[in-house]
Design a protein around this ligand. Structure first.
Ligand code: ZN
Length: 156
């Protein structure tokens, strides 16, 4: 299987069966995001513990396979990460999806990198980039307690 097929399979898998879908009781941070161009909506819930570590993270949402796969992969990756790591991974992912050929972070495994890189195919399609980045901008908003809903048409 070549890399392109592997990436496509990962997106299909996570898009059809998103991990961490739903809501949990004791979240202490959350944010909503909306991508009106595609109709994607996500609501990210997380629990940041006393050590500023994400002890749990889930999301609710609906949208295209790219947005759901991105939210699924993101929530998998962020569980048990501490705040500085969360920031590093968000920056790394957003850089990669916009113009960097690869991820530079050293804190994730090769398998995890492959999962993130599966979304790299959207680079060629600016509209799709917004689908892929929506959950990540929404996570930033939740972490920083920004009021209001993330809207991809008002960001950047
Ligand atoms: Zn979309």
């Amino acid at each position: 299987m070549d890399l392109k097929d592997l990436y496509q399979q990962l997106i299909l898998d996570h898009g059809k069966n998103p991990r961490n879908l739903g809501k949990f009781e004791n979240f202490n941070k959350d944010a909503k995001g909306h991508n009106p161009l595609c109709g994607d909506k996500v609501h990210v819930y997380l629990k940041l513990d006393e050590n500023k570590k994400i002890s749990d993270i889930k999301f609710e949402g609906e949208g295209c396979a790219i947005s759901m796969a991105s939210a699924s992969i993101m929530t998998e990756l962020m569980k048990n990460k501490e705040e500085p790591e969360v920031k590093e991974l968000i920056d790394d992912f957003l850089k990669m999806i916009k113009d960097s050929p690869e991820l530079s972070s050293k804190i994730i495994s090769e398998d995890e990198k492959t999962k993130l890189m599966s979304l790299s195919g959207v680079k060629k399609y600016p509209m799709r980039v917004k689908c892929a980045t929506l959950p990540w901008h929404t996570l930033v908003s939740a972490m920083t307690d920004k009021p209001g809903e993330v809207n991809t048409e008002k960001e950047d």
